[in-house]
Ligand binder design. Structure first.
Ligand code: ADP
Ligand code: MG
Length: 339
């Protein structure tokens, strides 16, 4: 009898996990921005070169990391956000898998700088393809900066699979906008190839949406608000006359997280029944809050799909709230409530 099974070394396991977590530069953008939000930053700057293919950098003014944590954060399943399985159903953070940084460090060159407020010196770490190249104390501002260079340097097949800068930057923008929309109180900046693409001051939902989408956005928004035991809704739907042929501006956020749901989308479409010409799509920006224990976020590594306990009830509440708002708008001129 001969045994042939072996445990994979960490760097190999990390590279395999990375295949799931990191599809393209935009995946890195999402993970780093969410970490900065979880670190309670009030100011987050995203710097991107060549659509993220050569550089994705996120600088935050959050809580930073200790010397030990600065090294540990690159280990797989290393997280400060949950301690036990039950915590998954009481989540108040974007992250919980402890996989992103280990994955990213396995397939890129990473330079990290971090300092906690109470420490005089911070930590500077360089890690390339899961190997620590340098670690030293450094004089740094409070907070954390992650610079991810040469993504997929050791996976040529993945690198070649990347689309044009135009397409990849579109994905980067999508992730940036989703996180910025979910957290209007945070100041976000985006710099691409040296020029400032977005500078979004701390504000409220309405102003954040208007700052991102510009144009006539403010005119087209109809407020939606509903409060029940199992669901609270805030946000806006677009006036029917601004509907478009494409699905451009349709956003659901559940507990401050962008998610996709064809089921909830259907609830909106049915609320618009009779108000839209065939094939036209309304815009919507809807912020749903549900009890943390009533959803399961752990069904996909990118966490854009979630399972709800009582989907049918949510559908009904959402549909009626949107219908109500659209109805009010139809009978009376829109009152432009600031929210
Ligand atoms: P997760 O976010 O699921 O915990 P990550 O691999 O993204 O996993 O991050 C691992 C840990 O590193 C986090 O739990 C957090 O403690 C720490 N960390 C990551 N980014 C930051 C940051 N910008 N500021 C402070 N701590 C961070
Ligand atoms: Mg994370």
């Amino acid at each position: 009898m001969s045994s042939i099974i072996q445990l994979l070394p960490d760097h190999v396991a990390n590279q395999i996990a990375a295949g799931e977590v990191v599809q393209r530069p935009a995946s890195v953008v999402k993970e780093l921005l969410e970490n900065a939000v979880d670190a309670q930053a009030t100011d987050i700057k995203l710097i991107v070169k060549d659509a993220g293919k050569t550089l994705v950098q996120v600088i935050d003014n959050g809580i930073g990391m200790s010397v030990t944590d600065a090294r540990l954060c690159f280990e797989r399943h290393a997280t400060s956000k949950i301690r036990q399985a039950e915590d998954l159903f009481a989540l108040h953070t974007k992250g919980f898998r402890g996989e992103a940084l280990a994955s990213i460090a396995a397939i890129a060159h990473v330079e990290m700088k971090t300092r906690q407020e109470q420490e005089e010196l911070g930590t500077h770490i360089v890690i390339e393809g899961s190997k620590f190249v340098a670690q030293e104390p450094a004089v740094l501002p409070k907070g954390t900066s992650f610079a991810i260079k040469n993504l997929f340097f050791n996976i040529p097949a993945r690198r070649n699979f990347l689309k044009s800068d135009h397409v990849e930057f579109r994905h980067v923008l999508d992730e940036f906008q989703r996180v910025a929309m979910a957290h209007p109180g945070i100041h976000f900046t985006l710099i691409h190839n040296g020029s400032e693409t977005f500078n979004l001051p701390s504000s409220n939902y309405r102003q954040r949406i208007v700052n991102i989408f510009a144009g006539k956005t403010n005119e087209k928004l109809v407020p939606v608000a509903e409060e029940t035991d199992i669901l609270s809704i805030q946000g806006f739907v677009g006036k029917p006359e601004f509907a478009k042929k494409n699905k451009g501006e349709q956003f659901f956020f559940v507990n401050d997280r962008f998610i996709r749901s064809s089921y909830l989308h259907h609830a909106i479409m049915s609320a618009y029944e009779g108000l839209l010409r065939d094939g036209m799509q309304p815009s919507y920006f809807l912020y749903l809050q549900v009890p943390a224990h009533s959803i399961d976020i752990n069904i996909h590594p990118t966490k854009t799909e979630i399972k709800f306990d009582d989907e049918q009830a949510l559908y009904a509440i959402l549909r009626s709230a949107v219908k109500h708002s659209l109805g009010q708008f139809n009978v009376a001129p829109v009152l432009d409530f600031e929210r």
